[in-house]
Ligand binder design. Structure first.
Ligand SMILES: Nc1ncnc2c1ncn2[C@@H]1O[C@H](COP(=O)(O)OP(=O)(O)O)[C@@H](O)[C@H]1O
Ligand SMILES: [Mg+2]
Length: 247
């Protein structure tokens, strides 16, 4: 990874991000921050652009226009052709909605391979495996596991990489509520250690319980953002209507 020019206010920022795919505007002037020691929640209907934002912030998908700033270092995108060959991984780590576990490796190998690749400490492996209750699936292959088991394996893999910024794309959607609680506890512990977390989720109660702030997008447009408490008293009619379903 290129040397990062350090600033006092470390964060991962997306500024005025646009993304066009095949002529349609997927993201339209989206700005959002992932801040150390904060859990920011990204909410919005399916197809609103949550995954695309996460992919752009991780620099895996180049925005059509806009700037991604990582700890003070700007990655500017002027047009469709701008791109960088630098991926700030595992400093910025994503648990993708599609999880992307290697199908030809056991779950244990899936978790250990990137840790070994990046010379990460393995001492927390056993504790996390037990907390996420995945010990009995370690020797299985991903296609022998349920959706919830795969989500927990993918989470363990990325958490153990000790990222500074962790971007989570609907990673609790297949989990029972007891396990969601365990994941929530782990995320709060990570936040308390200084990790900046972006949590794309449809679980509004989870967002309200562990989130610090929120971003609500619809059709690629930022409709409303602010302190998480504002989910109780939304300012816009659109967010109000969206939240009605969850009451
Ligand atoms: N690679 C792609 N090609 C074409 N359309 C895409 C592609 N990726 C995303 N889209 C479209 O962009 C919109 C936003 O998608 P996405 O970011 O996955 O939304 P969300 O995560 O909020 O459900 C959707 O309409 C989706 O069909
Ligand atoms: Mg998505």
């Amino acid at each position: 990874m290129q040397k990062i020019i350090l600033k006092d206010n470390y964060m991962l920022e997306g500024k005025n991000i646009y993304k066009q795919i095949n002529g349609s505007e997927i993201l339209n002037n989206i700005s959002l921050n992932v801040v150390p020691s904060k859990i920011s929640c990204l909410i919005g209907p399916s197809g609103s652009g949550k995954s695309t934002i996460i992919n752009c912030l991780s620099l895996l998908t180049p925005p059509s226009k806009g700037v991604v700033t990582l700890n003070g270092q700007d990655f500017s995108f002027e047009n469709e052709k701008s791109s960088y060959s630098i991926f700030p991984y595992p400093l910025v780590t994503v648990v993708f909605q599609g999880l992307f576990l290697f199908p030809h490796m056991t779950n244990e190998k899936n978790i250990l391979l990137p840790l070994q690749e990046h010379n990460k400490d393995l001492s927390n492996f056993d504790i996390l495996v037990d907390r996420l209750k995945i010990r009995e699936v370690l020797n299985k292959y991903p296609n022998e596991c349920s959706g919830g088991e795969k989500q927990r394996v993918a989470l363990a893999r990325q958490i153990l990489l000790e990222p500074q910024y962790l971007l989570l794309d609907e990673v609790t959607s297949a989990l029972d509520l007891e396990t969601v609680n365990t994941v929530a506890e782990i995320l709060v512990e990570m936040r308390n250690k200084g990790v900046g977390i972006l949590l794309a989720t449809h679980m509004i109660n989870l967002a309200k319980t562990i989130g610090n702030d929120f971003y609500f997008i619809d059709k690629g447009i930022m409709i409303e953002s602010g302190n998480i408490s504002r989910l109780n008293t939304p300012e816009t009619e659109r967010l109000n209507k969206f939240l009605q379903i969850y009451i």
